[in-house]
Design a protein around this ligand. Structure first.
Ligand code: ZN
Length: 78
């Protein structure tokens, strides 16, 4: 049997709790960032009329307002 004092047991529980919360936070933040990046990849801005619209992430898309073919732009963070 391993001899453990009550203070060591409390410290072990605290360390495990902080580790679990940190891991959950990291996984959640990574998932949210990945979803945001995926969402911004599909946003096009029309180079003629300036309309922003979502389309499938191929290299060329047609503006729904004016019909101009547009290339995807890198996402801009606010
Ligand atoms: Zn347009």
């Amino acid at each position: 049997m391993i001899d453990v004092t009550i203070s060591q047991l409390v410290l072990l529980c605290l360390v495990l709790g902080v580790g679990l919360v940190s891991l959950t936070w990291f996984v959640t933040v990574t998932r949210v960032r990945r979803a945001e990046k995926k969402r911004l990849q599909d946003v096009f801005t029309c180079r003629i009329c300036g309309v922003r619209y979502e389309a499938e992430s191929n290299s060329l898309s047609q503006c729904p307002a004016c019909g101009t073919p547009n290339e995807i732009e890198p996402p801009s963070m606010i």
